[in-house]
Design a protein around this ligand. Structure first.
Ligand SMILES: *Cc1c(COP(=O)(O)O)cnc(C)c1O
Length: 704
């Protein structure tokens, strides 16, 4: 009896991804079998498969069954709540938003993301759930996610497949009224591609992942959802047709009436064509149908880096889009014109999305400006400031990103509201937390991180036979984190610009400093792989005393430990190429101080909020310089970085009172949490989308 109740409760908890961001639920899975929890990559479905015969013992463990039952009841209450932020603010529950994204970071066990875009999309769903927004997600069910990173003895990155097995994951097949798998068809080049779908419960939100690995498809179409960002332009185009057209058709097949389609990046732009088809079929002519689509389409652009904007040549586009153009009864050249900038001969997903969206935005204030300049050529008769691209600054989800040590402190001192509540008032009481308490909590997070880093490094050294084993790391040293994709504009090796100066800062035995680095280079980006190799080489350089280490396999799990456990988060991109950046927001929510170039979110954080700080919540490297010679820029930025470290960070961190607490530093930590957490939360961001875009789509002339 007890056992079956326990199995039912655990099964329910396993099938809702809220476990991934709600610590108390995650804890009941971990407690069931900590070793199996690690071995399954934090997959509760496989955990329960493997631990079936342990349930009797678990049911007899003091308090366990009660904790599971509490968690199950808490989830049921969460799912049923009707006093959500959206309801309280007069939101219309029937105005459903469809949110399309090529990647979603959902849980450690689902390899359905590559980096920041996916993390943002996942946090968007998590906050939409917490705030009660009527939203459904659309994505792709990749058989292989973005790769697992393995370094060889020389520090060269190798890519191993990151397999998804949707039959043994916290997802369910989508079936129709007849009990059979529901499918949709997408016209593509040489045939019709059939896609089935998987349902993922993300709290209150339903996410549907389309999957072309079905028997009815030709082999090369079965493989469309074979790999995240794999293959060439041909595959990318077919993936995007499945995402955009297949996604919109799936929602129709499910009977979901969508008021707003939100395209997270140009990957999903074909959803606009599918909406166009619907309005044309209802009798509108092309200009009228475009106007109608604009009333329901929101588009977010995510990068000023040209390679981040998908483009296709005429032949490829004409071939694959020909059948869809036929269904629209529009000549292909008319579509081509919609998707190409004046005088350019490439189909651009961004141009198409901008042509069809009633609301378009960048992801930070500065990125909004940069995007208006970048796309001004599409509106030759307008001043740059009047280009209709606004901004909604990104955020991160507090429940997912605040580490367990601090989360427990927040639970005790801020009440539940910090997880799901919106607005600065929620975070006000951070100012009342005693410095020694906040510091002690952070030190525990740092010590856990250093322990995990040592374990990872020791395992890596056993495998490779060379490298540091992490003994150079000190759990009490000033710890700097740098983790991100190894795109060249992020300048991962800037800190090592002048090795003597770096060695002098790290090597002081009285006031040690250490650096933890992580990140993946794209499998085809050899320049990025060389940067990783260079850093791995430095980790073995005796001058740095083992105080700079490279941690393999950057992912959600490692990111969570890093942003909670380091003291400083370093960010040194080439301004203005970091559209927003979100890892620094995760760090700030954990009281970690940012040391960053004034780019992306940090530019506006410093401009708007630094004046309200008691002491300050971090440091700016340089002063908004842009352009010029890249080498000179790097030398100047590195110089500023070393000066800040030596003259400000190290002295402040090691200036301790008689209790060993660095008072000024802790005041900065409180400023970071109190001022930055409410603003750079996805609760604020999703709220901005609701009030500034979802409710008001048809406002082409104004920016968001
Ligand atoms: C947050 C996050 C990112 C994005 O970080 P940026 O600061 O935008 O570079 C990338 N990868 C993972 C695993 C993350 O958690």
């Amino acid at each position: 009896m007890l056992r079956s109740r326990l199995a039912t409760d655990l099964g329910r908890l396993a099938l809702n991804l809220r476990f991934a961001w709600y610590g108390p639920t995650r804890a009941v899975f971990e407690e069931l079998d900590p070793v199996a929890w690690e071995r399954t990559g934090h997959d509760p479905v496989r955990l329960l498969e493997q631990c079936g015969d342990q349930l009797d013992a678990a049911a007899r463990r003091p308090g366990y069954a009660a904790r599971v039952q509490d968690a199950a009841e808490e989830l049921a209450t969460y799912l049923d709540a009707d006093d959500t932020w959206y309801a309280r603010s007069g939101g219309d529950a029937s105005r459903v938003v469809a949110y399309y994204s090529a990647e979603f970071a959902l849980a450690d066990c689902l390899h359905t993301y590559s980096g920041g875009l996916g993390v943002l999309a996942g946090d968007h769903l998590r906050s939409a759930s917490d705030l009660g927004i009527p939203l459904v997600g659309i994505g792709l069910a990749y058989r292989d996610g973005y790769f697992l990173q393995r370094l060889d003895a020389s520090g060269w990155q190798h890519a191993e497949p990151a397999r998804n097995d949707f039959h043994r994951a916290p997802v369910s097949p989508v079936v129709g009224a007849d009990g059979q798998r529901l499918t949709v068809e997408v016209p593509i080049g040489d045939g019709r591609v059939v896609a089935q779908a998987w349902h993922v419960a993300v709290g209150r939100i339903s996410l549907y992942l389309l999957d072309t690995d079905v028997e009815a498809n030709l082999p090369h179409h079965r493989d469309i959802t074979g790999q995240l960002y794999g293959g060439d332009d041909d595959l990318r185009l077919r993936q995007e047709l499945v995402l955009g057209v297949g996604g919109a058709r799936l929602l129709e097949a499910l009977g979901v009436e969508v008021a707003v389609h939100h395209l997270n990046e140009g990957h999903a732009a074909f959803a606009g064509l599918e909406r166009l088809r619907t309005h044309l079929r209802a009798g509108a002519d092309l200009p009228a149908a475009i106007e109608q689509v604009r009333r329901e389409l929101v588009f977010t652009t995510h990068t000023p880096v040209p390679a981040g904007h998908d483009e296709f040549g005429w032949d490829l586009a004409a071939y694959h889009l020909g059948p869809l153009a036929g269904e629209l009864q529009v000549d292909f050249p008319a579509l081509w014109q919609l998707a190409t900038a004046p005088g350019e001969e490439r189909w651009s997903q961004t141009v198409l999305a901008l042509a069809l969206a009633g609301r378009a935005n960048g992801v930070a204030r500065l990125h909004g400006e940069v995007s208006r300049r970048m796309w001004a050529r599409l509106w030759p008769d307008r001043a740059v400031d009047d280009v209709p691209i606004g901004h909604v600054t990104n955020g991160v989800h507090p429940g997912l990103w605040v580490g367990p040590e601090l989360a427990a402190l927040f639970d005790a001192r801020l009440g539940d509201d910090w997880r799901a509540g919106e607005g600065p008032a929620v975070w006000q009481d951070v100012a009342k937390i005693e410095p020694a308490m906040l510091w002690g909590t952070h030190v525990r997070a740092r010590r856990r991180l250093v322990g995990e880093a040592r374990d990872r490094l020791a395992t890596q050294r056993r495998r490779l036979g060379v490298g540091t084993d992490g003994r150079g790391l000190d759990p009490d040293a000033l710890t700097i984190g740098f983790a991100r994709r190894f795109a060249t504009y992020k300048r991962a090796t800037l800190l090592a610009h002048d090795l003597d100066r770096l060695a002098a800062i790290l090597g002081d035995d009285e006031r040690p400093v250490q650096v933890l680095v992580a990140g993946k280079a794209h499998p085809r980006d050899d320049a990025g792989k060389h940067l990783i190799q260079h850093l791995v080489g430095l980790s073995r350089d005796p001058r740095l005393k083992g105080r700079l280490v490279f941690l393999e396999g950057y992912d959600l799990d490692l990111a969570r430990s890093l942003v909670a456990g380091v003291d400083v988060w370093l960010n040194n991109p080439l301004r203005p190429l970091e559209a927003s950046g979100t890892s620094g927001m995760k760090a700030a929510m954990n009281g970690v101080l940012n040391l960053s170039i004034l780019d992306g979110w940090w530019d506006e954080a410093v401009a708007d909020l630094a004046p309200h700080a008691e002491v300050g919540f971090g440091w700016a490297i340089g002063d908004r310089e842009e352009g010029g010679d890249e080498h000179a820029r790097a030398a100047a930025d590195a110089d500023a970085l070393y000066r800040l470290l030596a003259e400000q960070l190290v002295p402040t961190f090691y200036d301790r009172d008689h209790d060993g607490v660095p008072h000024r530093w802790v005041t900065m930590m409180r400023d970071a949490i109190g001022l930055l957490a409410p603003t750079f939360s996805t609760h604020r961001m999703v709220g901005d989308y609701v009030t500034g875009a979802y409710r008001l789509v048809p406002a082409r002339s104004e920016a968001v």
